[in-house]
Structure formats: C-alpha cells, structure tokens
Design a protein around this ligand. Structure first.
Ligand code: SF4
Ligand code: SF4
Length: 378
C-alpha cells in the first residue's frame, strides 16, 4: 500500500547529544555521534522539502536540540518554509538571550520537560545536578518572551506519587498545557523497565488525579494523558498508524515512521542524504512495511478495531513478542496479554537501579530484557 495522504508532522531529532541522562529516554541505545549529524544547510533543504510534501508542524527535538549553536538557523529556515515550529527541550541550556533569539527567528511554541516536581528527585532522575533549577529559570524566560509553554511530564514509579505537585508546578510555570505521559518502554526505557514500571495502585491514582485536575482547571490548563500500555485493555493507535501522519528524521538523516522504529530488526531506513523526502514517504520499504492493514496477523486481521488502533505499536510488538507483525501485547486479545500484565506487576515490585542514558560503543550497550515468548519458553 502506498501513502495516500501527506504527513502532518515532522519530528526532527537534530542531535542525540544531551546533558541529561534520563533512564526513560526513548533514544536508541546506540546514540548517533556529533560528527554524523546533518548540518544546518542540509536541514534547511529537508525542511523546505517537508513543507512541499505537506508537513504543517515541525517538532525540533533530540537529544537536546539547544546544544546545536545553529538552532536559530533551523528555526528560521522552518519558519521561512511556512512550518509551525515547536521546540522540545529539557530547558537546562536556555537563558534569556537565547530564548529571545529563538523567538525572533520564528519559534512558535516550546515543550519543556520536567523529570519531577521535587528538586532532588528531578535531578536524580535526569542525572544532572542543578538541572531542575535551570528548568524553572528557563520557564520564566519563555514566559517573559511570550512563548506558549507545554510541560512534558514523563511519569513512572519513581515520580508518580507526586503527580498532584507536578500539576501545580505546571500551573505555576505558566504552562497552558500539561502532558502527563506514562513512560513508553523503548530504547533506554525498555532497558530500565524494572526501575520505572509503576504499580497498579499508582496508575489508578494518576488517572483519578488527572480526571479531577481536568475538571478543576478547565479553562486554565489543558491536560493530555498518555495511558500506560502495560496496564491497558487496548493499545493506542501508535503514531496514528504507521506511515499515515508523521515521520521522524534522526540526527544523521535516517528517516523513520516513528522515533523508536530503529528497534525493529530487519528494517532499513533511507536517508535524506541519499533520497528526496517525498520518495522516502511514498516509497521507502520501511514506511511501506506496516502501512494499511494487509500486513496484519490474527487476531488483528479480522478485528473490527483494526482501523482504529492499527494493531497498536510495532516497536512494542517487536520488543515484547519478538515479532513486529504480531498484535501489540498491550491488547487484551493478544495471546501474550496476560503475561504482560504479570510482567508489569513483577517489574513494579523489583527494586532495580537506573542504567543512565549515555553514549557508549556498540560492544558496551546495556542489554534489553528478553521478549515475552523467550521468557515463556525458558
Ligand atoms: S529524555 Fe532526557 S536524556 Fe533523553 S533527550 Fe530528553 S532530556 Fe535528554
Ligand atoms: S486485535 Fe489488533 S486491531 Fe483488534 S483491538 Fe487488538 S490490537 Fe487492535
């Protein structure tokens, strides 16, 4: 099946470098080094191509995108191409002058991440002492510059007990939107599953807090909630369906249907260094692999929800079932679903230390937990 629609959004991971070391980071275990990054001229060409293809929104991400001194150039190029420009940042490098330069270059919106509402816990989770205080200062600079702020709060067992305070902090920081997102277990997060998995009680509590805050703060703060897959009944329509709405370009130009697609063995990703973006979107075998519904196995193939959730997440199917074509085990119709629930409870009861994210050579990368089938067969 070929792409019938243009993509709406482009996630540009312009660097994998980051001063923080979050154990839940969705970046690949093998991070791209600075010398392999596309330069500003290459990005400007890609952004022009993206706008020509129909992309409306650009999300500048990483790693930490503000580590690139040419970020203002990229923002200006995107704005010049007519894109809405959103910056996803940890904020620890954003001072007043930088914020003003980015605003002047055409930045429209900022998503600022918080590791926790408690300063010591936030700095421990991010693996960066003093980081939380710098984020609070960054929020002030963004507010003063008149840039709208969304707070991104990735939640897990180690910060969920303070979720009420996180909501209050988002309000204090002047955010108009808060995204409470349960950790998605790919990349470094998958390797840290036992340190991060919440208990069922924490998940229930979080849901109640979010529901109450949504009602109490209507008109003041919009709260998005990304539910935890491992405790779900049905999976999310991951990325709105593979190759249907969004695309991700990594620091070195490799272009993927999703930011975690690098975890799927056997997929080769075309690069914007070698191919036009339009060709990649329309023809790249990696984009074609799970487009539409023809690739599905049972129970998805004959399921009435297959055009609603598209069988869930391919990366999660790969990680948990060992097969990217399998039904996402987050689905209650998956034969692995009961095992997934049991595994979530086992992980939640395990006191594991963090494996912090960092650049490592291939032979020293942390080992990811085995797929569920392998556990069952053992
Ligand atoms: S999740 Fe943490 S380590 Fe990963 S890019 Fe974001 S701030 Fe950096
Ligand atoms: S069987 Fe497949 S299509 Fe049906 S609900 Fe589960 S994941 Fe979705």
């Amino acid at each position: 099946m070929t792409a019938s629609n243009p993509p709406i959004g482009l996630l540009a991971e312009i660097t994998h470098r980051c001063p923080l070391r979050c154990p839940y980071c969705s970046n690949p275990l093998e991070l791209t080094r600075a010398e392999a990054e596309l330069d500003a001229a290459a990005w400007a060409r890609v952004l022009e191509d993206a706008a020509g293809l129909g992309v409306l929104q650009l999300h500048l991400s990483g790693g930490e995108p503000t580590l690139r001194p040419d970020l203002e150039e990229l923002v200006a190029a995107a704005r010049g191409a007519g894109l809405y420009v959103n910056l996803i940042t940890a904020g620890v490098l954003l001072d007043g002058p930088r914020v003003r330069r980015l605003k002047a270059a055409g930045l429209d919106h900022v998503q600022l991440s918080l590791q926790d509402s408690d300063v010591d816990s936030a700095d421990r989770i991010g693996g960066f002492k003093g980081g939380h205080a710098k984020k609070l200062a960054a929020a002030r600079h963004l507010r003063e510059a008149g840039l709208p702020i969304t707070i991104n709060a990735v939640v897990h067992r180690q910060n969920l007990d303070r979720i009420e305070r996180t909501v209050a902090l988002a309000l204090d920081l002047g955010a108009h939107r808060l995204e409470v997102a349960h950790t998605q277990y790919y990349g470094w997060a998958f390797a840290n599953r036992a340190a991060l998995m919440p208990t069922p009680e924490q998940v229930d509590h979080a849901r109640r807090v979010v529901d109450r805050a949504r009602a109490d703060l209507r008109g003041r703060l919009v709260i998005d909630y990304v539910a935890p897959d491992y405790y779900a009944k049905y999976p999310k329509p991951c990325m709105g369906g593979w190759g249907r709405q969004v695309l991700t370009i990594g620091p070195d130009g490799r272009t993927m249907p999703c930011h975690a697609a690098h975890t799927i063995k056997g997929l080769a990703f075309d690069s914007v260094k070698d191919r036009p973006l339009r060709w990649i979107w329309q023809n790249s075998p990696a984009f074609e692999a799970f487009r539409g519904t023809d690739w599905m196995q049972e129970p998805c193939r004959s399921c009435p929800r297959k055009e609603i959730d598209f069988g869930g997440c391919r990366c999660q199917a790969m990680a948990l079932a060992g097969d990217a074509r399998a039904t996402d085990p987050a689905c209650s119709l998956s034969p692995l679903h009961a095992r997934l629930h049991a595994l979530a409870r086992e992980d939640a009861a395990t006191d594991a230390p963090f494996t912090y994210r960092r650049m490592l050579p291939k032979d020293r990368l942390p080992e990811a937990p085995p797929a569920l089938r392998a556990v069952e067969d053992a």
